[in-house]
Design a binder for this molecule. Structure first.
Ligand code: ADP
Ligand code: ZN
Ligand code: ZN
Length: 708
């Protein structure tokens, strides 16, 4: 066995570089690539990850100056070679320190210098399946075809692997004949888009496919967006899959995270279901990754750590590990859809609902024509009447308003002053339960003032209806109805949310109202009316994706209606009924929406016709931030390009110009080649020390989804 004397180690610091350490001879036989180590770093002992081993010291260092590794924590490395490759790629692409990415890919307990002793977990796992249906459904024609295509693809991988001399995986025979294998020649790691309308039975296809993968002895990951991890889905997955399942959700304790991680690594749990971080499940023999609701913005991490897109990272992982990758959505992102159009991804459609139900009839209510009902601040007479009729028929209604709290802002009718957060450039939302003005960005709370702080007038008015106001109104208008509100304020506790969804399913709720939490993923067969209180909210955000977001959101909400035996109806209140995003929602016409939106994107060279990155500069001194932004822009603009140069836009004040006391400016870079984009961003990153005044921080977001 060769032993190495030097190790390159990634430590979790903001510095995007590796450090070389000497390996004392006692540890030379223990240390492996991908293992955790303890190293001295700036007079502290920190946890690091051994990225590479070598028998030569780095050329610019004399060997005796190097510090020594203190401890090797793993006999079996926590990261496989392929996983390290993935992490390295993420580090290069998202310009984030490898050490931080390594940390993000592990359960917290494994990232500590001293591994805490395991506290005894509760024996029972936290989730129960509340809906039990252990038998697979008889698939509809379309579902069958889709499933067969996935299986063929999986098969072609096995073919490829066995040709390469890897262990072949025997696939259980599917009926008497097996579909011919086009395979190997058709690029096996080509992602597949499963574009199925809401209720088309995508989940059923995933489950049956995953069982095939499991039967062949391989492992699988099912990624879902934050909101998508409903008790319903968890129940379905647990009762149907032929393996124990690791469920990753935000409420999962550190202890459970570690337990699941270890079980996956030793092979006793073969499926991981969950949000972003499930992507890093430590499987050795990964067969498939499914990314449900692939368009969902919550796949993009935009806080703490590094800003990566779990969907894109998953596609790469699948490629590295020769696993099948399936992207599912009723409203694919334009990036993904465009990739199917130019042949980069395969396209499979499920254009019908699996239960035979038809898509609901969608009606747009023009609030310019039809004024709100005289006794309401939220409902038009048409919507109000529809709710009433639904109650009378004993059917359920679901109302969507994407704004929590009671009122959006407090306005002085004398001087026009709007009460803002003192830390953020954002108006304060009035909450009635308990009464206070709250900042939705930094959680600053204050009491409702009696007088305007600017002019002392007492003519203060609450404007902009939120879910609390809607709830209060509904209770007044329909006193006998059983009304439940679900938003981040009421759904703070998972148990409560699960309870409400359970009640809904059992028919103990007449009207469910809420924010995006109610809009996505649920399957309530008795909901026959969906009402959207104001569609315009997302339409006017200063973001080139605002039409896309609106279309996606409305299509999702609309898809909650008429999923069972009775036909459904959707009423959307708006000031912009002529907007094409709304028109396409009304006609359930994704294709037309995509064509039109793609044309606009192309004419403006926005993604998917270019790559977009944001450089955000922030600091507590607004002038310094601005100065730094201008410096950096000038610096980046100096480079001369041959043709199709990247476009550097800004700097401009961010639409959310101040958050948590930090002023924000941004530079956007549009580029046609990834290489050029990354080159510029790397310049910005390495030069930021010189370009930016003290106290101004730089944050780089590649393929940014959030332009605020
Ligand atoms: P999606 O994930 O596309 O929204 P689901 O898989 O949740 O769709 O299916 C929607 C509903 O249709 C569910 O209630 C599911 O049980 C039902 N369903 C799915 N496939 C079938 C089928 N082949 N036959 C009957 N019902 C089905
Ligand atoms: Zn005033
Ligand atoms: Zn604030």
């Amino acid at each position: 066995m060769i032993s190495f004397s030097y190790a390159q180690v990634a430590v979790a610091t903001p510095l995007n570089q590796l450090f070389t350490y000497r390996i004392p001879s006692a540890l030379q036989n223990q240390i492996k690539q991908g293992a955790r180590v303890v190293v001295p770093f700036r007079r502290k002992q920190v946890l690091g990850f051994c990225i590479a081993l070598s028998d030569q010291p780095p050329s610019d260092f004399s060997a005796d100056k190097l510090k020594e590794i203190l401890e090797v924590k793993d006999e079996t490395p926590v990261f496989s070679e392929k996983m390290l490759e993935l992490l390295q790629w993420l580090s290069d692409y998202y310009l984030a320190p490898l050490g931080e990415i390594c940390r993000a890919a592990l359960p917290t307990r494994l990232t500590q210098v001293k591994t805490p002793s395991q506290t005894k977990p509760r024996l029972k796992e936290e989730e129960h399946s509340i809906f039990h249906q252990a038998e697979p459904l008889q698939l509809m024609e379309g579902q069958k075809e889709a499933l067969q295509k996935l299986i063929d693809r999986f098969q072609s991988f096995s073919e490829l692997c066995s040709r390469e001399g890897e262990a072949p995986t025997a696939l259980p025979a599917e009926g008497a004949t097996r579909a011919p294998i086009k395979s190997a020649f058709q690029n096996p790691s080509q992602p597949i888009l499963l574009h199925g309308i809401t209720g088309s039975g995508k989940t059923e296809v995933y489950l049956q496919f995953l069982n095939k993968v499991l039967e062949s002895g391989k492992e699988a990951i099912l990624l879902v967006p934050e909101i998508g991890l409903t008790p319903q889905l968890i129940g379905r997955v647990q009762s149907r899959l032929q393996s124990n399942v690791a469920i990753y959700h935000s409420g999962l304790s550190d202890t459970w995270r570690q337990i699941y991680w270890e079980k996956m690594r030793e092979g006793s749990v073969k499926v991981a279901v969950g949000t972003r971080s499930a992507l890093f499940a430590p499987f050795k023999n990964l067969g498939a990754i499914i990314i449900d609701e692939e368009h969902d913005p919550s796949y993009k991490q935009t806080e703490g750590g590094f800003y990566y897109n779990a969907r894109d990272a998953a596609i790469l992982r699948a490629k590295l590990e020769k696993a099948v990758v399936v992207l599912g959505s009723a409203t694919p992102s334009l990036e993904t859809f465009y990739n199917t159009k130019r042949g980069k991804y395969e396209y499979i459609a499920l254009p019908e609902r699996a239960t035979g139900a038809t898509l609901p009839e969608v009606q747009l209510i023009d609030l310019k024509q039809e004024k709100l009902a005289p006794d309401s601040k939220t409902l038009s007479p048409t919507l109000k009447a529809a709710i009433s009729e639904n109650l009378y028929r004993g059917e359920q209604s679901l109302l969507f308003l994407d704004r929590r709290g009671f009122a959006n802002f407090l306005l002085c009718q004398d001087c026009g002053h709007v009460l803002k957060c003192k830390n953020c450039a954002i108006s304060l939302t009035y909450h009635k339960y308990p009464p206070s003005l709250v900042c939705h960005y930094c959680d600053y709370h204050t009491r409702l003032p009696e007088k305007c702080p600017e002019c002392q007038s007492s003519a203060l008015k609450l404007l902009g209806e939120g879910t609390e106001m809607l709830e209060e109104e509904l209770k007044n208008l329909f006193p006998t109805a059983r009304i439940v509100r679900l938003d981040r304020d009421t759904a703070g506790k998972r148990e409560h949310r699960h309870e409400v969804l359970h009640q809904m399913k059992k028919g103990e709720v007449d009207i469910l109202l809420g924010t995006q939490i109610v809009a996505k993923g649920h399957d309530f067969p008795n909901v026959t009316l969906v009402g959207v209180i104001l569609a315009d909210q997302s339409l006017f955000l200063p973001d080139f994706r605002s039409s896309e977001r609106t279309f996606q959101l409305l299509t999702q909400v609309a898809g909650r209606s008429g999923r069972g035996d009775k036909p459904g109806k959707v009423l959307i209140q708006t000031f912009q009924p002529e907007h094409f995003a709304l028109q396409c929602t009304r006609q359930h016409d994704f294709k037309r929406f995509a064509e039109e939106e793609l044309q606009q994107r192309e004419s403006l060279c926005y993604p998917p016709f270019s790559r977009l990155a944001q450089i955000r500069l922030q600091g507590s001194d607004g002038d310094k931030v601005k100065k730094g932004a201008l410096n950096l822009k000038n610096f980046l603009g100096r480079k001369k390009w041959e043709k199709d140069p990247p476009v550097i836009m800004g700097p401009v004040k961010s639409p959310l110009a101040k958050v948590r006391g930090k002023h924000r400016w941004q530079i956007l870079i549009k580029a046609f080649k990834v290489k050029e984009l990354l080159w510029l961003l790397r310049q910005a990153q390495t030069q930021s020390k010189e370009m930016l005044p003290a106290g101004v921080q730089i944050q780089i977001d590649v393929d940014c989804l959030n332009l605020m």
